[in-house]
Design a protein around this ligand. Structure first.
Ligand SMILES: O=C(O)CCC(=O)C(=O)O
Ligand SMILES: [Fe+2]
Length: 220
């Protein structure tokens, strides 16, 4: 399931993150890519250190309070986060994200891109998600996030004007399978709508029981 969270960050969080990033030091993005992704990765990334830790904390807070993210992703661990800058001419060619990341070998089930500056700030720089017979380009408003399965092939087209600033992260989900996550998300959405329309009915209890039992079966 690919979806967007329109207002993940508040206006003041966004302003703070942007002003911190403006004064921060960046390094070559190839340093954090797998050996094959390095061949096509051409961007800049915030150096690790105190600023990176502070920004990571802010982004995690926003994701943790977001009900849509929690219900659709069911994070076990948001284990990796990069702050990337694409200046004119920079891009990230077609690649797939590493399945296992970091010294903890966390699995990447779900990837996300948080847009820190508005589409009017730059030209090009679309995040394109490829599928067997089609592809779709995304360029969201600042403060919004795109959530997509880590299993896809995707790319960032060259920036031809301005600068693109994003946060990119990876999550190990409690539910490894994308289709199982979607079943749970649909049931949860239906259950909430039933509750708001009719309260705690017999049907509501049965759907609640099913969600709980599927979680027992699938969660790891
Ligand atoms: O910048 C983006 O939107 C995605 C970048 C990406 O695919 C990655 O860092 O693995
Ligand atoms: Fe990627």
């Amino acid at each position: 399931m690919i979806f967007t969270i329109p207002d993940l960050l508040t206006a003041s969080e966004l302003e703070e993150i942007r002003s911190i990033l403006e004064g921060a030091e960046f390094a070559d993005g190839k340093l954090t890519a797998g050996w094959h992704a390095q061949l096509v990765k051409d961007n800049q990334q915030l150096k690790s250190g105190q600023i990176q830790t502070q920004l990571t904390q802010k982004v995690k807070e926003a994701l943790n309070r977001n009900a849509l993210f929690q219900t659709a992703v069911r994070p076990r661990m948001i284990h990796s986060l990069l702050f990337s800058r694409y200046d004119v001419g920079m891009s990230y060619g077609t690649h797939t994200d590493n399945a296992l990341m970091g010294s903890g070998f966390w699995r990447s089930d779900v990837s996300f891109t948080i847009f820190f500056n508005p589409p009017s700030d730059y030209e090009g720089g679309e995040l394109v998600i490829e599928s067997a017979d089609d592809e779709k380009a995304y360029k969201l408003q600042s403060g919004a996030a795109l959530i997509y399965p880590s299993s896809t092939l995707h790319r960032v087209d060259p920036v031809t004007k301005g600068t693109r600033l994003v946060g990119v992260g990876w999550v190990q989900s409690l539910i490894r399978s994308e289709s199982e996550r979607e079943i749970l998300f649909d049931l949860e959405t239906a259950r909430r709508s039933m509750f708001s329309q009719q309260g705690k009915t017999v049907e509501f209890d049965l759907v609640s029981k099913t969600i709980a039992n599927l979680l027992r079966k699938w969660a790891e």
